[in-house]
Ligand binder design. Structure first.
Ligand SMILES: NC(=O)c1ccc[n+]([C@@H]2O[C@H](COP(=O)([O-])OP(=O)(O)OC[C@H]3O[C@@H](n4cnc5c(N)ncnc54)[C@H](OP(=O)(O)O)[C@@H]3O)[C@@H](O)[C@H]2O)c1
Length: 149
């Protein structure tokens, strides 16, 4: 049993829900972000159907990748972040920036919040447009596109 608290962004998503399920099975406590807390019941029901254990070890925070609100609270007391929330529409957008801008800016928000909270590690899987891995405060990347994190 590992009692560390892990933040999974985008718990209502395909990858996010799978991450939550695996973390709960491994004994972690999990906090997840959703854009609206109205989704909490849906996510809990989905995990329940999947047979996820320990749903009492799962909590929710509202946070949108396009706004600062919620991210400080989301990373509070977490040891790790799995950042998997990202716009992932079923059909191609009219312009690539409809995906790239929120994905990039949202990832930077998550990384900044994680850095401010001095988390041990943050990980984002390779989405279609970008990926970011932060292993320690000392090795945080910066980006010339939007300035230092
Ligand atoms: N599925 C795959 O096989 C696969 C493989 C490799 C990489 N990936 C990458 O993994 C990421 C997630 O994929 P997925 O299949 O899990 O997609 P998904 O099922 O569509 O889930 C996307 C998640 O991101 C959230 N989200 C979208 N826009 C947001 C925003 N502006 N602010 C906060 N949350 C937002 C969604 O929340 P809502 O419920 O509120 O919309 C949802 O929880 C994507 O970057 C994708 O490219 C996926």
């Amino acid at each position: 049993m590992n009692e560390d608290l892990v933040l999974v962004t985008g718990g209502s998503g395909f990858v996010g829900a799978h991450c939550i399920d695996q973390l709960l099975r491994a004994g972690y406590r999990v906090r997840t972000t959703v854009r609206s807390l109205k989704r909490e019941a849906d996510v809990r029901a989905m995990l329940n159907v999947a047979g996820s254990p320990r749903l009492d070890a799962l909590s929710f925070v509202a946070a949108d990748l396009s706004a600062d609100a919620g991210w400080t609270e989301a990373v509070q007391s977490c040891r790790f972040v799995l950042h998997v929330a990202s716009p992932f529409p079923g059909k191609a957008p009219k312009h690539e920036d409809e995906l790239i801008v929120p994905a990039r800016d949202g990832t930077l928000r998550v990384l900044r919040a994680a850095r401010a909270a001095a988390l041990s590690e943050s990980f984002s899987p390779p989405p279609s447009s970008l990926s970011a891995t932060v292993r320690s405060r000392a090795r945080l990347p910066s980006t010339s596109a939007t300035g230092p994190i």
